[in-house]
Ligand binder design. Structure first.
Ligand code: C5P
Length: 211
């Protein structure tokens, strides 16, 4: 059964695409960014400094998955904090086992994140690198957050996205990058339906070639 890796920067559409791939190919989906968000929330609430890799790593090792339902999980400040904690090798190491076990399920799986095709599941049968221009991603995130009643500005979101890209691509441990054998999907000029169709086509072609 297929193992599918979906990576890309913030608000590229990779989460929506990965969920749709899960439904289409009948495999469970894991949003790995949510794990880093949980660690960030848990560290913040425990008063742990986000730059203390060892202490945040201990929060990650004892991850409390009930925080996946937390109201603040999707907030912009949680994404920003997640990006900071995810740079610590202790945190990445603590979350690796859970992600690899999810990927190893007999029935297959789809995981989305930043390092799925490069580190977590380098042997995935199909890999997508989903991206879009920063301005397009900022616009999408702005519409998503304001429709959820959040008080945000588009300029603020763009600044956050640019800073997050730089941090995620610039870190030493598992930086965000397109795996050599990943298909590139730029969603800048695609609506959700078209992006999902393109993703299903790319993944289907890869899966046809699996022996
Ligand atoms: O995808 P999402 O915006 O929820 O991810 C939050 C942060 O978690 C990202 O900015 C990134 O720093 C981190 N992350 C990561 N590796 C992953 C998934 C997310 O470092 N596989």
């Amino acid at each position: 059964m297929p193992l599918i890796a979906v990576d890309g920067p913030a608000a590229s559409g990779k989460g929506t695409i990965a969920r749709a791939l899960g439904r289409h190919f009948g495999v469970p989906h894991l949003d790995t960014g949510a794990l880093y968000r949980v660690v960030a929330l848990s560290a913040n609430r425990a008063g742990v400094a986000l730059d203390d890799g060892a202490a945040v790593g201990r929060r990650a090792a004892a991850i409390d998955l009930s925080l996946l339902e937390d109201h603040d999980l999707r907030a912009a400040h949680t994404g920003e904090a997640a990006s900071r904690v995810s740079a610590h090798p202790e945190v990445r190491a603590a979350l690796m086992g859970f992600q690899r076990a999810f990927a190893a399920q007999a029935g297959g799986a789809v995981l989305d994140g930043r390092d799925i095709g490069t580190v977590i599941a380098p042997d995935a049968h199909a890999k997508l690198y989903v991206t879009a221009a920063p301005e397009v991603r900022a616009r999408r995130r702005f519409l998503e957050l304001t429709s959820a009643g959040r008080d945000v500005t588009e300029a603020g979101i763009l600044a956050d996205i640019v800073a997050r890209d730089a941090r995620d691509m610039g870190r030493t441990d598992a930086p965000l990058r397109q795996a050599d054998d990943a298909d590139l999907l730029d969603t800048s000029n695609l609506d959700i339906a078209a992006a999902v169709r393109a993703a299903i086509d790319l993944v289907s072609k890869r899966l046809e070639r699996v022996p």
